[in-house]
Design a protein around this ligand. Structure first.
Ligand SMILES: NC(=O)c1ccc[n+]([C@@H]2O[C@H](COP(=O)([O-])OP(=O)(O)OC[C@H]3O[C@@H](n4cnc5c(N)ncnc54)[C@H](O)[C@@H]3O)[C@@H](O)[C@H]2O)c1
Length: 456
């Protein structure tokens, strides 16, 4: 199959390289000349484990190439995938579809022969109808089927997720469209990945519903963490205790600083807006968004409390900036509002991230950029772990303690154990577990329940 991938970002480049690896001929197109020039030099413009090798192998095998001009690849293609960004629209939170519609208009001019145009970008219900209208208006003779094929990969594990997906969702009711999509994904159905065909609007809804559900799971456990912390329970064990129930599942139950990233915040916002347009209120999703928003500054207050309630003149070291490990993506990273809030409270902030520094420099100001975790904690009054990169999981705690002005750790990812931290002389705060510097902080509910006693 010949595939044109329009948009060569986190989704387009990974999908394009994986399709090429299945044996298809893929051209990845992007408007960004610097991105395409870098790819021609063999440089990968994003950080994604394993992607450099995958791209290099398929370029060498002549199954994958790159261009800024979509005309020829679209003319030659059996399927054209739209994988451009759909960020939150400034001002109202709707999905900004201008990139999708501009791509559709441009694609329309170059279509030749029967082609399936597939929206891989995350788009509101009904966007496929508008993409089809745009194409038919710009090129009434085009022999085209417009399908939806939302992407579920996670940055940091994108190649594995693409090659071994839980399911592939294809939204089209057209038989020819289904045949082309079936042929494209056949190598995956050989891996037993269920290929689910459905209507286009249903496929579009599945993507938003999936992201909203996962964001809800994270937010739920974060609220249970807050309660566990006050009530003297351990949220990690609560998460395991409920997650082992197959109806619930263990994933996305890690308490932390709140969700961020390129998808959950914008997609939950967009889903709420879609619902409003249909005069439906999604109160659960609205609460999830509001609770998550409040959590961001609450994490800064947690740091302040760990330092006695006053950050003025204090130095805080922040380990991890990207929204999760194994990516350089800083979009909506929890580190951004946390650091701003720490600065608002008067702290000086030192930061370190293993791969995200270049992207972080575009969004963070007035911080000290450090070369490694030990450089970062030097002279600090507290260290905050924000992103659980592997290299932060086994830090030399004695070395850290000796370098710091004050051995205080706020572990927003619960990667250390309170007893271990106490043994190493740290005052340790975490999320949803009793912290070492506040062992008597267990509260009794105001209504007073007989069976609950204040811990000593
Ligand atoms: N990043 C993720 O983990 C992820 C996962 C699933 C779904 N998605 C969805 O996939 C879509 C793409 O996300 P992303 O993270 O890859 O975005 P991205 O910003 O990394 O990449 C988008 C690319 O599209 C290019 N582009 C924009 N208009 C173009 C045009 N007309 N022609 C050619 N190139 C054009 C941009 O230059 C950019 O390189 C979004 O809708 C997103 O919600 C993302």
């Amino acid at each position: 199959m010949r595939i044109a991938m329009i948009g060569t970002g986190y989704v387009g480049l990974v999908s394009g390289a994986c399709f090429a690896d299945f044996g298809h001929d893929v051209t990845c197109v992007d408007k960004d000349e610097r991105k395409i020039a870098a790819l021609h030099r063999g440089e990968i413009p994003i950080y994604e484990p394993g992607l450099d090798e995958l791209v290099a192998n398929n370029v060498k095998a002549k199954r994958l190439d790159f261009t800024t001009d979509l005309k020829q690849p679209v003319a030659d293609a059996d399927a054209v995938f739209i994988a451009v960004g759909t960020p939150s629209r400034r001002g109202d939170g709707h999905a900004d579809l201008s990139y999708v519609y501009a791509a559709a208009k441009e694609i329309a001019q170059s279509l030749q022969g029967f082609t399936v145009v597939v929206t891989k970008s995350t788009v509101p219900v009904g966007t496929g109808d508008e993409v089809e209208r745009i194409i038919r208006e710009a090129n009434p003779k085009a022999d085209v089927v417009v399908a939806s094929n939302p992407e579920f990969l996670r940055e940091g594990a994108a190649i594995r997720d693409f090659k071994f997906p839980d399911r592939i969702v294809v939204g089209t009711s057209d038989e020819r469209g289904r045949k082309v999509m079936g042929d494209i994904y056949r190598p995956l159905s050989l891996n037993q990945a269920p290929l689910m065909f459905t209507a286009r609007r249903t496929a579009e809804m599945i993507k938003y519903a999936a992201n909203a559900f996962l964001a809800t799971k994270i937010t739920f456990i974060n609220e249970i963490a807050d309660l566990s912390e006050k009530a003297g329970a351990n949220v990690q064990e609560v998460a395991r205790g409920i997650g082992l129930d197959n109806r619930i599942g263990t994933k996305f139950l890690h308490a932390g600083p709140g969700f961020g990233g390129s998808c959950f915040p914008k997609d939950t916002k967009a889903l709420i807006k879609i619902a409003q347009d249909y005069d439906v209120s999604l109160r659960i999703v609205e609460s999830v968004l509001a609770v998550n928003e409040n959590r961001k500054r609450a994490m800064a207050r947690k740091v302040s409390q760990a330092l006695g309630g006053n950050l003025r003149g204090k130095t805080v070291a922040v380990l991890g900036l990207t929204f999760k490990p194994n990516t350089d993506d800083m979009r909506e990273a929890p580190s951004i509002p946390l650091i701003t809030a720490l600065q608002d409270m008067g702290a000086k902030v030192r930061v370190y991230d293993p791969v995200g520094t270049e992207q972080a420099k575009l969004v963070l100001a007035d911080v000290t950029w450090c070369q490694g975790p030990y450089d970062c904690v030097e002279g600090a009054d507290a260290v905050v772990i924000v992103t659980e990169w592997e290299q932060f999981r086994a830090l030399d705690l004695e070395r850290m303690r000796d370098l710091m002005a004050c051995p205080v750790m706020v572990d927003l990812r619960n990667i250390y154990r309170p007893d271990e931290m106490k043994r190493h002389g740290f005052a340790y705060s975490c999320v949803g577990r009793v912290s070492t510097h506040q062992p008597v902080n267990v509260q009794v509910p105001t209504s007073g329940t007989e069976s609950l006693t204040r811990a000593s």
